[in-house]
Design a protein around this ligand. Structure first.
Ligand code: PMP
Length: 393
């Protein structure tokens, strides 16, 4: 009784039902979720070890094999956002003292360099100017010179809007040097082509809230046989318990059919991902990539008509999914973002890291990679620029 009397009501709990405004999310992510995916997420919970739930996990593993274009059985979802996928890749594949070459041309490479240092890697930063990518020749030369344990690259650098090429024998060059090729596809998976096996990639992580049109909270993850051999042959335990893939693998049945508990899988988010992968399968990757490309082209046609210019100088380096648009002289980028939100409930974003103050970032991803959404962005730009008295050059 005394304890009951001691309860303080100074802090207020939320009052009434939750209110969420409807917005068109056209920034770098999350993107607007597909309604069917949101509906899947609202289904009743299952226990994270119940056979019907294990069946859903198996469907996800198989769907991810399609997504990554791999025959490797080693796919799963990390319970966590893209950063958890990033940390899982580095923490499990790098041992203390080993060399890692990190391609840094935006904030994602910077973060991986930081992360790899925390896991006591010997970090070699290969730098490119923001808005540029690495040539396959320079990557091959760096790998041959340093023979690192890992070469890390970002396929879709969402802070600068670049698309890193990954084919042309890069995977073979890594294999020859005993290097694992690790790739961030958070902002690109499902929006642009990716072939894990054909390109000889060893580890890929992604995110659920971009081209897959799901809620954030689960990271698609892939390992090649070479990566799994490295994981199994480690001399030291990974310095993370939460993201130790030896343990997570036994929850996902990588090495034996029986499942063991490591953590409670994010049940509802996995439902969402199961549904997202079903939707991808129904559309098919070629159609999905073509739809993203068409939305990107429609966006740039409209932006060009407004006199706006791409931030990424070389057309071949431009990312389809996250588009970086130069802010013209005298235009207040933040005021335009605010106007887009206030007037049209459309989210467009400013820059990040090296592109802060220089660009807007517009995502055409997943559910929003379609003309209706792109035209709303163009309307918002037209209105926001006119409001600032912008005159086309
Ligand atoms: N890598 C890239 C390329 C990204 O765009 C993002 C998210 N913007 C991340 C990693 C991190 O993902 P998350 O925010 O889901 O942790």
């Amino acid at each position: 009784k005394e304890e009951m009397a001691e309860v303080s009501n100074a802090a207020k709990t939320p009052q009434g039902p939750i209110q969420v405004p409807t917005r068109l999310l056209m920034g770098p992510g999350p993107t607007t979720a597909h309604p069917r995916i949101l509906a899947a997420q609202a289904l009743p919970l299952l226990g994270h070890m119940h056979p019907p739930f294990i069946h859903i996990m198996d469907e996800i593993k198989e769907g991810l094999r399609y997504m990554f274009q791999t025959e490797s059985p080693y796919t799963l979802m990390i319970s966590g956002t893209g950063h958890a996928g990033m940390e899982a890749a580095i923490a499990n594949l790098l041992e203390p003292g080993e060399k890692i070459i990190v391609g840094v041309n935006g904030i994602w490479g910077e973060r991986v360099a930081d992360l790899a240092e925390r896991y006591q890697g010997d970090v070699i930063q290969l730098k490119a100017d923001p808005g540029n990518t690495f040539s396959i020749a320079e990557l091959k030369a760096a790998v041959a010179q340093h023979k690192p344990a890992i070469l890390f690259l970002v396929q879709g650098e969402s802070s600068t809007g670049t698309h890193q090429a990954l084919g042309d024998g890069l995977g073979e060059a890594c294999k020859a040097a005993g290097t694992l090729l690790v790739v961030d596809t958070v902002a690109s998976l499902g929006g642009v082509p990716l072939f894990a096996d054909k390109w000889g990639i060893d580890c890929i992580y992604s995110g659920s809230q971009k081209c897959l049109s799901g809620p954030p909270g689960a990271a698609p993850f892939f390992m090649s046989q070479r990566a799994v051999d490295k994981l199994k042959g480690r001399k030291t335990k990974p310095a993370t318990y939460n993201l130790d893939l030896n343990l997570i693998a036994d929850y996902w049945g990588w090495f034996k059919p029986a499942r063991s508990y490591h953590h409670t899988g994010v049940v509802s988010t996995f439902y969402a991902m199961r549904e997202a992968l079903a939707i991808v399968g129904e559309e098919g990757l070629p159609a999905m990539w073509a739809r993203h490309l068409a939305a990107h082209q429609l966006l740039w046609k409209g932006l060009g008509e407004l006199g706006l210019q791409p931030y990424v100088p070389d057309a071949k380096d431009r990312l389809v999914t996250v588009n970086t648009i130069k802010v013209p002289e005298g235009v207040d980028w933040a005021a335009l973002c605010k106007d887009a939100m206030d007037t049209y409930a459309v989210e467009v974003a400013g820059g990040l890291g090296p592109s802060i103050g220089k660009v807007w970032r517009v995502g055409v991803m997943g559910f929003n990679a379609r003309p209706m959404a792109v035209e709303q962005v163009l309307t918002a730009f037209r209105h926001g620029l006119a409001k600032q008295g912008y005159k086309q050059p």
